[in-house]
Structures are given as structure tokens and as C-alpha cells.
Design a protein around this ligand. Structure first.
Ligand code: NDP
Ligand code: GDR
Length: 332
């Protein structure tokens, strides 16, 4: 049985990747940081919690990682752990660099020391492109990160390349563009919008405050994107790949799609709050995943309209469930 070790198992991608690997017959060891209440709702929603071996460890603490690699001897390591919210990285640049930057180096170094023959995946990001220099970004586009998060990801990206080139580690960096799902964290703009759509449509609120509506992102579905992570580690040679849909959409157009889904006019319910603007913005991202298509046979399958609909449906279900529970409490 192949054993996979996933850091960030409790996050959006950790949950979908674990589901994929379990379906392929893997043993999945999922590492999560020590929390007074672990964040298990995603694994519960996918109904896979009891199939994963959950272990506590922190990417900032290399000794915890080394011990876990010694015990579980994984064949594949997926480093998904991060402080992943770009907006928060200006308030916590040092913590972000420790987790998102140095954390990846800890994993690489632990892998080199304990499991040098394993295959390693690093969750890199289109945020590394930042201030756009090519209309459509490929593996060859120069990087120009615009946030402490982007800078930290650039460090971990180059460390991954460096461990491959200096130590011969089978290390791949997946440069993934934004990917969303019903399991997306609520602070990210797509989920913030679809949650608001559900609450407004159920009469629980009337307005949602957003920042820059002009920003454009290449948004895909997380369920499609985790397949690319796995495919990278199944190749004969390690390499880096851009993973994207090849279509870009503004925040405003995403609002329109989500509100249209429940026949509401977004203009009546969206307010712009300048406090939500970022100190430096990534205006537009648009990826070219031709290399992944040619070498991995990977292509995004879910269109943005489908994704928006899937997320609104799921938030409507959650909000209605919440209302039912509240009503049950009042009645009893
Ligand atoms: P999430 O924010 O949903 O998940 C992050 C995970 O990291 C959580 O499980 C979190 O645990 C864990 N974590 C945080 N700090 C530590 C730590 N110190 N040690 C160990 N684990 C920690 O992110 P996503 O699932 O969306 O993304 C997965 C990875 O891919 C991240 O590295 C992200 O930066 C990167 N990425 C994501 C993209 C996207 O669009 N989703 C695009 C490109 C890259 P807890 O739940 O307890 O906080
Ligand atoms: P991003 O995602 O920064 O691209 O990082 P996010 O959804 O946070 O922002 C996307 C764009 O929307 C604009 N925006 C708002 N964003 C948030 N969060 N909240 C708002 O109210 C709001 N209004 C407008 C932002 O300014 C931005 O332009 C995500 C994360 O998953 C990273 O970890 C990952 O690396 C990148 O995607 C690729």
C-alpha cells in the first residue's frame, strides 16, 4: 500500500486530496497543527474522517515533522500547510513567512534526512506572479510577488527547486491558480460571496461588504486541481507545473453569477468598503496550463458558472440547516 503524508489535511485542498488518494487505495496520514479544537468539518463533510490517520505536528517545528516521517515512512509527501490568506499576511508577515516559507523548508529538510527517496509536492501559488508581466502566465513567466504571502511562497518554491537540483529529491512545485469549492474558507472572496448570497436569499442579512471588485482571478474547482498534484508525483521526472483553467473573471462578475443563481440583483446587495482594499493588489491572473495538459494529461473540467452554482447550492443547504436547528431550539 502506498503511504501519503499530507500537511494541511484540515484545509480545503487537504480534504479533497485525501479523498482522492483514499479512492486510489492509499494509506493517508494527515498532519494538523495542535489546536484546542481541531478543524475537522471538511473531513466530516466528505465523510472520510475515520479513514485517515490524523497526527499532530507543526511545519514550523522540524522535530515534530522528523518524528512523524520516521514513524510513518511515507512514499509521497504533500506539503499543503500554510497561512494561506493573502489579506492576513500584511498583518502577520513574520508568522506567514515562518509557516508558509520556512515551514516548507523544514519539510524539505526533514524529507532529505529521513525519506530521501520519497516524492515531494510543494503547494506553490499564482500569487508569486503578482504584478503581471506576461498576459498569460506560464512556468517561464518572471515572478513579482505583491504580498508577504507571495514572497513566502516564492521562497518555498525556489527551495523546492533547489532541493531537487542539489540533493536529487523528487520534488515538484505545483503553481496553482485560485481554486475554490463548497469547502473553501469563508474569508476568501468567492465563499464570502456565496455564503452572503445564501443568507440574503434566506432573509438573514441584506448587504455584504467587499473590497476591490475589479480584481480578476483564474478560478477553478479544487476537486479538479488536487488531481494535478497527484499526477505530478506519478511522472518519471520531477518538474514544476502551472495549474489553471485559462479563463479569468472579475470579482464583480463572480458576484453577478452567484446572485443571479438565486434571481437576486447583486447591485442591490453588494457594498464596497475601501477598508477591504489591499495595500498592494494583484490586479489580474490568467494561467496557461498547456505544459500540464501535454505532460500530465490534466485539464480543468469545471467551468466558473458551474463552480459558482455548486457553492451557492451548498451554502443554501448549510444556511437552511442552521435555520432548522435554531427553530428546533426555539420550539423545544
Ligand atoms: P487552507 O487555508 O484551507 O488550509 C491550510 C492548512 O494548513 C490548514 O489545514 C491549516 O490547519 C494548516 N496549517 C496552518 N498552519 C500550520 C502549521 N503551522 N503547521 C501545520 N499545518 C498548518 O488552504 P488551501 O487548502 O486552500 O490551500 C492548500 C495549500 O495550497 C496552501 O499552502 C495554500 O497556500 C496553497 N494554495 C492554495 C490555493 C487556493 O486557491 N486554494 C492556490 C495556490 C496555492 P488549521 O485548519 O488547523 O488552521
Ligand atoms: P487570493 O484570494 O488573495 O487571490 O488568494 P481571495 O479570495 O482572498 O482574493 C481574491 C481577490 O478578491 C479581492 N477581494 C476580496 N478578497 C477577500 N478575501 N475578501 C473581500 O471582501 C474581497 N473583496 C475583493 C481581493 O482583493 C483579491 O484581489 C487565494 C488564496 O487561496 C491563496 O492562498 C492562493 O495562493 C491564491 O488564491 C492563488
Amino acid at each position: 500500500m502506498t503511504t501519503a503524508f499530507i500537511t494541511g489535511i484540515t484545509g480545503q485542498d487537504g480534504a479533497y486530496l485525501a479523498q482522492l488518494l483514499l479512492s486510489k487505495g492509499y494509506e493517508v496520514i494527515g498532519m494538523h497543527p495542535q489546536r484546542s479544537t481541531p478543524n475537522l468539518w471538511r473531513l466530516q463533510e466528505l465523510n472520510i474522517l475515520d479513514q485517515i490517520k490524523l497526527v499532530e505536528g507543526d511545519v514550523v517545528d522540524i522535530s515534530s515533522v522528523i518524528k512523524l516521517l520516521e514513524v510513518y515512512k511515507p512514499d509521497e509527501i504533500y506539503n499543503l500547510a500554510a497561512q494561506s490568506f493573502v489579506g492576513a499576511s500584511w498583518n502577520q508577515p513574520i508568522l506567514t513567512s515562518q509557516i508558509t516559507g520556512l515551514g516548507a523548508l523544514n519539510l524539505l529538510e526533514a524529507a532529505r534526512l529521513v525519506r530521501p527517496d520519497c516524492r515531494f509536492y510543494q503547494a506553490s501559488s499564482s500569487e508569486m506572479f503578482g504584478k503581471i508581466q506576461h498576459q498569460q502566465q506560464t512556468e517561464g513567466t518572471p515572478f513579482y510577488p505583491r504580498s508577504p504571502y507571495g514572497v513566502a511562497k516564492l521562497f518555498s518554491h525556489w527551495m523546492t527547486v533547489n532541493y531537487r537540483e542539489s540533493h536529487g529529491l523528487f520534488a515538484c512545485s505545483g503553481i496553482l491558480f485560485n481554486h475554490e469549492s463548497p469547502l473553501r474558507g469563508i474569508q476568501f472572496v468567492t465563499r464570502k460571496i456565496t455564503d452572503a448570497v445564501a443568507r440574503i436569499s434566506c432573509g438573514l442579512m441584506d448587504q455584504v461588504q467587499l473590497g476591490n471588485l475589479e480584481a480578476k482571478r483564474d478560478w477553478g474547482f479544487a476537486g479538479d486541481f488536487v488531481e494535478a498534484m497527484w499526477l505530478m508525483l506519478q511522472q518519471d521526472q520531477p518538474d514544476d507545473y502551472v495549474i489553471a483553467t485559462g479563463q479569468t473573471t472579475s470579482v464583480q462578475d463572480f458576484c453577478k453569477m452567484a446572485f443571479d443563481y438565486v434571481n437576486l440583483d447583486w447591485k442591490q446587495h453588494v457594498q464596497v468598503d475601501p477598508k477591504l482594499y489591499r495595500p498592494a493588489e494583484v490586479d489580474i491572473l490568467l494561467g496557461d496550463a498547456s505544459k500540464a495538459q501535454q505532460q500530465l494529461g490534466w485539464k480543468a473540467r469545471t467551468r466558473i458558472e458551474q463552480l459558482a452554482g455548486m457553492m451557492v447550492e451548498s451554502d443554501l443547504r448549510r444556511v437552511k440547516e442552521e435555520l432548522k436547528l435554531k427553530k428546533g431550539c426555539h420550539d423545544s
